[in-house]
Design a protein around this ligand. Structure first.
Ligand SMILES: *Cc1c(COP(=O)(O)O)cnc(C)c1O
Length: 394
């Protein structure tokens, strides 16, 4: 044990020396546009995935309370033994309808949805063609399966075609293209029209992880397939209930009925991990009610994002271009980004700096994320503080 502990300490020191130690920021309040830190300070929060501001919405909380009373605290079971309530089935049907698919399977998390997908559907005879910047859960899911792996350069359709050809020449039986719908570090929306066209040309299946899109992207907020006018054209969608759809936890995979049936038979995180707690399921249903009954939250998010992006640009900052509420401010060196994030926090603005290895070397950034819970005044305050922080002594 002591040799092992020495080894662990050594690893921690290596992480720390490289400047890669991650420290949790402890929050002493509910999630929202503003949060209270442990030292009692109330700060503006620009780094949650709370896109529609539903994480602390009164209707979502009410629904969760009611479900706690009606359906209990938890199921103490996996889905197929005694962990499926009518409530779970209602959410699965509701998500299928919302996403424009035939059927949906709930998972404890989107991480698990991705973890239980590839291994269940593909074998060593098949191939996965994956964007190099895909989320860790897609990468791990692919690692668990025996299919051959091909990686294409980020959102690079010429390279995707090269890899599809390579997979075909290698004699793969089924080909599956896997991509994030929106890439979290850049806010880039995947080029799904080209992906779908190439998939048709090379007879490949398509899988899109839409965690940063479900609920708000596209004319009806269905996600990146809605944004691109491709509802019904993506074979497999995975997503989370932990971001725009209420922000608690839980995930899903959605697609063709037979494929979902096979996941229910074989997918390990579905078979061997607990059901989503009833209050969370009810909260997600309330979130869907809210965003399907009115486009107000989505429109507010769009307007606020445009306001924020143009305000930052007016300060002379370099942004990753786009329209997604993920708005990365590009700062280059890691310590420049770190030091600016620290100064902003001192001024009551909570943002996070990301540096290598999370993003490429020399491309350090502060990733800001807009929420429908923000007000225009919140963003104006943040812009004012940002302008001042730029001239604060580092
Ligand atoms: C957040 C995220 C996940 C993980 O979602 P959980 O439900 O929290 O496990 C998976 N994929 C992508 C692209 C994400 O952004």
């Amino acid at each position: 044990m002591s040799l092992f502990l020495d080894h662990v300490r050594q690893t921690l020191t290596t992480i720390d020396t490289a400047g890669l130690t991650k420290r949790e920021r402890i929050i002493d309040s509910a999630q929202g546009a503003h949060v209270v830190l442990r030292d009692g300070r109330r700060v503006l929060n620009l780094c949650a995935n709370n896109y529609l501001g539903l994480a602390n919405h009164p209707k979502v909380i009410r629904a969760a309370h009611d479900a706690l009373d009606r359906w209990g605290y938890g199921l103490a079971s996996v889905r197929f033994i005694c962990g499926t309530q009518t409530l779970h089935q209602t959410l699965e049907a509701r998500l299928s309808q919302f996403l424009g698919t035939e059927d949906t399977v709930l998972y404890p998390s989107a991480f698990d949805a991705n973890g239980g997908l590839f291994e269940t559907l593909l074998t060593a005879e098949d191939a996965v063609i994956s964007d190099e910047l895909n989320h860790a859960s897609i990468i791990d899911g692919i690692r668990l399966c025996k299919a051959r792996r091909f990686r294409y350069r980020h959102n690079d359709m010429a390279d995707l075609e090269v890899q599809l050809r390579a997979a075909r020449s290698a004699g793969a039986r089924f080909l599956l293209i896997a991509t994030d719908g929106v890439f979290s570090m850049d806010g880039t929306i995947a080029d799904l029209p080209s992906i779908v066209r190439l998939a048709e040309q090379y007879d490949a299946l398509t899988m899109v992880d839409d965690c940063h899109a479900t609920g708000f992207l596209g004319p009806r907020g269905r996600g990146s397939h809605d944004y691109h006018g491709l509802i019904g054209r993506i074979d497999l969608l995975t997503g989370t209930l932990g971001k725009a759809l209420g922000g608690a936890s839980g995930g899903y995979t959605s697609g063709r009925r037979e494929v979902m049936e096979l996941l229910r038979q074989r997918s390990r995180p579905y078979l061997f991990s607990n059901s989503i707690a009833p209050p969370v399921v009810a909260g997600a249903l309330a979130a869907l009610d809210l965003l399907e009954s009115s486009s107000e939250l989505r429109e507010r998010l769009t307007t606020l994002t445009a306001h924020w992006r143009s305000g930052l640009a007016r300060l002379g900052l370099t942004l990753k271009p786009g329209t997604h509420p993920i708005t990365p401010v590009m700062l280059g060196e890691a310590r420049v980004a770190q030091s600016l994030a620290t100064r902003l926090l001192e001024r009551g603005i909570y943002v996070v700096a990301f540096a290598y290895p999370v993003v490429p070397e020399g491309k350090a950034r502060i990733r800001t994320q807009i929420s429908a819970a923000h007000s225009p005044a919140d963003l104006d305050f943040a812009l004012e503080q940002w302008a001042k922080a730029l001239t604060d002594a580092p």
